[in-house]
Each structure stands twice: as C-alpha cells, then as structure tokens.
Design a protein. Sequence first.
Length: 479
Amino acid sequence: SSPITTTHIALVSVPAFSHQVSILEFAKRLLHLHADTFHVTCIIPTLSSSPSKHSFFFDSLPHNIHCIFLPSVNFHDLNNNGVSVEIQTQLSASRAMSSVRETLVSLSKTTDISALVADAMAPEALEFGKELNILSYIYFPCSTMVLSVCFHSQNLDEEVSCEYKDHPGLIHLPGCIPISGRDLPDSMQDRGSLAYKLFLQRCQRYLNGHDGILVNSFMELEEEATKAISQHGNGGDYPHVYSVGPITQSGPSGSKSRCECLLWLDKQEPNSVLYVSFGSGGTLSQDQIDELALGLELSKQKFLWVNLRAPNDRASATYFSEGGLVDDDDPLHFLPKGFLERTKEQGLVMCGWAPQVEVLGHRSIGAFLSHCGWNSVLESVVHGVPMIAWPLFAEQRSNAALVSDGLKVALRAKMKKPSVVVKEDIVKLIKGLMEGLEGQEIRRKVKELKKLANSAIMEDGSSTRTIANLANKWKNKHT
Ligand code: UDP
C-alpha cells in the first residue's frame, strides 16, 4: 500500500479567545473528517505573557494540532487610549506580523506547508502565503451577511454621503435582509475614525490576493446571501466563499467537576430557564444592570445570569454605598439592593465563565438572552434555543437584525431611555418568548433551524462536502 503522506496546514489567529476557538474548532472538524492525514500548526499572537485562563481548551486539542503562542506584543498605548477591543485586536495582530512571518518561514524549512488560513482580523498574514508560494485563505468567524457588508463597504462609502446611522431608509445588500445604517458594524459608525479606516482597508484585502474565504455559516442558514455572493464570484470580482459552519465549541468546558450552574439546571423543569450572557467581554451600565435585574425579577421566570461584570460607567475602582466604601472587585455588589436574596429561589447569578455549550444543550434551558456574538448565535441555533437579541457592540447589531427580522428565531430588545432597555420591556420580551403565541412560532422556527444546522455538518451535509473539497485541494498540493 502507498505510504500515507501528512498534509500540513498553518493557521494564523489573533489575540481574542472566541476567534481562537473558532479557527481551532474548524481545524478539529478538518481532522475529524480526514483523520490522520492532516497536521495543523496554529500561530497565536498574544497580549500578555501570563498563561491563558482558557488553557483547558488548548490542553485538550488533539495531538495533531499544535499551537505556537508568540511572545506578547506591546499594546499598552492602545489599551490606555480608550480604543475599542476590535482595534486592539487588529493592531496587536499587525504588530505580531514579523514574528508570524519568522515562525512561518522557519516552519516551512522543516515541513511542506500546503495551505495557510488566516483569521479575518489578520489579513496581512496572507502576504506570507504568497511569499511561500502556498494556497492562502481567510477564516471569517462571522456571518455571510456581515461578509457581504464587508464586500460592499467600498461601494457604500462612495454612495452614502452621511453617517450611516443618519441614512434615511434601509440599506439593501444582495440576498440580505435590508438593514438600517445603525445596525451596520461599529467600525462603520464613525466615518472619520481610525476604526473605519482600518475596516475599509481590511475589507479591501478580503476582495483579492488569496484563494478564498472560509465563513462560519452554512448554506441553509443564509442561502440567499450566500448565493448572491457566489454568483458575483462566478467570473465576477468576488473571491470564492466556502461555507464551513456551523463551527461551534466542543470538548471540555473548563471545570473538572460538574459546575454549580449545571447542578442548578439539573434541578429545574424542562425549558423553564432563561440563560443570560453578554459574552466574553460585554458590559452594561449601572442603570442597565438595575433594569435587567428588576426585569428578571418581575418576570417571575427562572433565570441563569452568567458573566456578570462591574458596570462600564462606574467612576472609580471603589465606590460609596450606604455602609461606606465598598470593594467592587465583586460584581455582585452592583446588583440592586436585596435582589439576590429576593430571587434566590428564582435564579442564579454567576460572575465567572460558564460552560455555555453545555448550558445551551441542557434540557432546562428555554431561551437565551444574548448579546448576539456570532458564536453564541450559532450555539443557540445548533441547540434549538430561541433568543432575546440584545446586541452591544462590534457586528452584534447586524447579527441581531439577522436572527430577529431575517430568521425570526429571536425577539429583539429595544432601547427606550437613551441606551437602556427598561424593566417593563424586559418583562414583555421574556413573557413574549417563554409564554406567548409569538414565542411558540419562534420556538418552532429555531427547532427547524436546529435540524438544518445539524444536517449541514453530517456526513454528506453541505458544510461537510465543502470542507471535503478544500481538504482534497490541500492534499493534492502534495501529489
Ligand atoms: N463562552 C463560554 N462561557 C462564557 C462566555 C462565553 O463558553 O461564560 C463562549 C461562548 O460559548 C462562545 C464564546 O465564548 O463560544 C463567545 O463568543 P461570541 O462570538 O458569542 O461573543 P464574544 O465573546 O466574542 O463577544
């Protein structure tokens, strides 16, 4: 029999855990489908030299995925100047590019790399693909709709003269639901800003200079948008787009024993609990924490609220309360007075990291109040959990528009007071989703999507076939 040759793939990620998880889960999927013939090296720029609090994830990777953590880049000037997480991520990745190059070049001396896949926030790495004469791809960990926004960003920039949020009427992109300018990604919201300039530059790089874009979505979820992009791509000026999703987190959740929140969920009725999370970095104002807490309480619905953080508008590291100076290292101090005591039978509040995928898969979960980070959206869809869409930043408003207006698997929270969703509306949303007729229809829809999501990644599913095509292309580079 002929000897099995190993195909080497290099990945380049960015200093953001949810991006790292997504690209590495893609690698796992590739290895799972093509056992033993691939070896993956993932190069990861870092922001600090302290070990990642997420080491459980990296420690559990299969032996043929190898991570190289680069020495941390200096980014303190970025951190202190109030720049957004998105700019920090992109600029810190940019600053790591010379080490990325060195690592790739030295890797290519000992192994024959077939393809390079770089995170969408690190498109500069594609240059090294050209230099090393290997196939190179972008991994886009967001929706096809947001990719479409990126592809059209230059045209929009030429056609729209005002700020997008002031644009009258909706913005129509081929195959996408019409969205308001306000729902475009954050980086487009101030056209004089550095964020916007970097965004436009990044989007230009998406359009050419590589062999394709792998997007974490699936045909059945965003059929029209995907078709519109590929028709344009067919002999047109768009690159090839491969829908490889839903790619979601698998494997251990970080805690050895069954964690407190899962034990608590075990004791609840099926479909009875609202899961509340604003993702790995989302924060609320003090006003909003109060309204949300009171809304949850008034709804009388069971809830599991995780990742509670100190408010984003607190004046200093300590603050005065009735009893004197309070140490606010503990975010629970920012909940309304007496809330925890009054709701101790109704809900559980956690400040730390939760095993989200296990939570969403738990039979007691009935709905997800989510900030609509794309990973959370996909995880909710995969588990058939309807959502209350409560976007905060980045491209989360576009995702919220997609899941509510487009896919109709979510109710969307509306801000009433400036930037605050009030408790009366929170109660309406919760009751509407967990009890109302509209909620039933949303539940039916999301169960339908769950089936489609699961079939996309089954043997012969649309995404499985797409990954198989890529894998064959990469393997054949050797023969
Ligand atoms: N996550 C988790 N536990 C938490 C918070 C988040 O496991 O307590 C995971 C979640 O399952 C998802 C990712 O972290 O896979 C967050 O990614 P997303 O795109 O939803 O939002 P981001 O954190 O990037 O805003």
